[in-house]
Design a protein around this ligand. Sequence first.
Ligand SMILES: NC(=O)C1=CN([C@@H]2O[C@H](COP(=O)(O)OP(=O)(O)OC[C@H]3O[C@@H](n4cnc5c(N)ncnc54)[C@H](OP(=O)(O)O)[C@@H]3O)[C@@H](O)[C@H]2O)C=CC1
Ligand SMILES: O=C1OC[C@@H](O)[C@H](O)[C@H]1O
Length: 396
Amino acid sequence: MLAFLSRIYYILNPPQTRTPTYDTLPGKPLNFGCLGAAKIAPAALIKPSRTHPEVVLYAVAARDAKRADEFAKKHGFLKSFGGLGGYQDMLDDPAVDVVYNPLPNGLHFEWTMKALAAGKHVLLEKPATCTAAEAAAIYALAKRKNLVVLEAFHYRFHPAIQRVKAIIDSGELGAIKRVEAALTAPEGTAPEGDIRWDYNLGGGSTMDPGCYTVNVLRYLAGCEPTSVLTAKAIPYSDRPEHKQVDRIFWATLAMENESIGEIHANLDEKKLWGIIPRMPKLSAVVECENGTVELFNFLIPHFYHSIRVHPRGKAARVEKAYSFGGAAKGEVWWTTYRYQLEAFVDQIQGRTPQTWINGEDTVANMKWIEVIYAKDGFGSRPASKYQPCAEDERTM
Ligand SMILES: NC(=O)C1=CN([C@@H]2O[C@H](COP(=O)(O)OP(=O)(O)OC[C@H]3O[C@@H](n4cnc5c(N)ncnc54)[C@H](OP(=O)(O)O)[C@@H]3O)[C@@H](O)[C@H]2O)C=CC1
Ligand SMILES: O=C1OC[C@@H](O)[C@H](O)[C@H]1O
């Protein structure tokens, strides 16, 4: 109980790192620019940056200049860019080294391509794009410009999911037979008007919580799907604009290793009988020949998680993994986002990150999201209308 409370305290109040001097820093400080005064920015970048000596909150850009300015002051960015040209002005600032892109999904492609064209590394929110072709174009441009892009599947950087993967890979439980993953959010988490319900901005449940379920299935199975066997989705509402916007989806996938994947997400889970809130589903379960491993709370394990390993015929054991231990980097209170930031900066600085997600992985995740949407009849989210400039077109 004390460990739990102490972890939550440090997650909410990370200890300020000693102000580093240039000669004690492992690498050159990186000036980060944030595209949009996004709701996720404090958790994903701003708080984690406070304990990363090489990360400077340099600038934020928002469509409204006053909002940009207020956001900068509130969170300690040195500069703000606002108004119609604010995003591009920030990309044109030569002092910006790295761009964090937490714009709506439908704008990820355009602004990541523009950031890369301007010579910036990009931490790109999930899901990377609306189509696999767009994700491939991003990585092709990044490769050509020798820049780092990372799709922000933050949970992958935490020791909890890494421990589960290690248990599976150790062979203790034998061959994988079935992987199940579900993510549900209570009614009202994404209110009416949220970007997640806008088809043109890349909304939908499969794109939002669902993209994690596709990702964790592929990651824990250790292979790609071969086909989507079944897929079903329910629209957000009966209104014509929501015809292709899924509130809930279920899919069953056949995997290359002959296991079966079952995934499900609900971005707006209604209360039982209209009054009793339901517990969010947050688990990934892997059934193997000789037992089962279940990770409760694979999404935000830093708050609390449990890894239940049940070898067949033996007693089950419960493990926790809040840090990697030994000489590895991390503290028990590091959030998934803090581990992710460490890896991202390591990659940019030419150090080997503890965990990484490469471009092929990101492109494959987008591909299977599209295949699920094709199978359930909702169709891919619209590709961006943005046409990369002539120089970047060679990569498309
Ligand atoms: N890693 C994680 O745990 C999470 C990731 N996400 C991802 O982050 C991204 C942003 O999510 P979230 O922070 O909830 O989003 P917000 O609703 O806060 O929107 C993000 C930003 O999008 C900008 N924006 C630009 N154009 C539009 C437009 N046409 N309509 C609406 N907004 C626009 C706004 O910028 P401005 O300030 O300039 O107005 C806004 O600040 C998504 O890709 C989402 O999937 C979200 C939550 C958790
Ligand atoms: O990234 C996310 O994680 C949790 C979800 O509930 C949220 O909608 C999503 O954007």
